[in-house]
Design a protein around this ligand. Sequence first.
Ligand SMILES: Nc1ncnc2c1ncn2[C@@H]1O[C@H](COP(=O)(O)OP(=O)(O)OP(=O)(O)O)[C@@H](O)[C@H]1O
Ligand SMILES: [Mg+2]
Length: 224
Amino acid sequence: MSEPILTARGICKDYRDGDDVCRVLHEMDLTVQRGEFVAVMGPSGCGKTTLLNVVGLLTPATEAARLELDDVNCLQLSDARRTALRRDRIGFVFQRFNLLSTISAAENVRLAMQLKRVNPDGQVNTVLERVGLGKVAHRKPGHLSIGEQQRAAIARAVACQPALLLADEPTGNLDSANAESVLRLFRDLHDEYGLTIVMITHSTECAKAADRVLHMRDGRFVDD
Ligand SMILES: Nc1ncnc2c1ncn2[C@@H]1O[C@H](COP(=O)(O)OP(=O)(O)OP(=O)(O)O)[C@@H](O)[C@H]1O
Ligand SMILES: [Mg+2]
């Protein structure tokens, strides 16, 4: 029987723009079952990244009736507990990668694992090989192509075997061969140890890798 790993109800998010307040997410509900692979699609600016940041505990909702991750009520957590929950349970692939620029791709992966108290020995190279970065992992992000940086960010996110992977356009900068290998990696992790994935994508082709596709428009889920 399936059980939710993520339950969000009535999520609203406002951004302030000078004197104006702009509502970006309108009472959104989202349930993701443990082990599910969900794709989220929608036009640029409709709020996909904002939604991912709220359910990933990076940004507080302006209003929320319920936000639970792994049975933990996230609406009443201290900052320290929220940070710890995020660190221990969630892997992020950011739209802008957010790799540390002063250390190599391999060190980015190693550091993420150490921060999550996962023993990196032997695992760093394995995961980098898996995303096809074995030969360039010693380089700093500035000396990698955009597609290679994207794959380094993916390696960093999946290296710690998070319970929930939140991926913001993880194939947005990749050619079709590399996009396919990243999606295969996601499917493999999903099949091998039940990784739950929420993936934002603009590509109908990439969305086919998911079990379920959600469509967003103007801060709401719509039928298609
Ligand atoms: N920090 C911010 N302050 C004010 N407005 C913001 C901020 N971040 C995002 N927005 C606005 O919120 C809306 C949703 O942004 P968001 O980044 O969530 O869109 P998106 O669906 O991820 O778009 P894209 O596909 O281009 O990445 C946009 O209109 C954007 O301009
Ligand atoms: Mg975005």
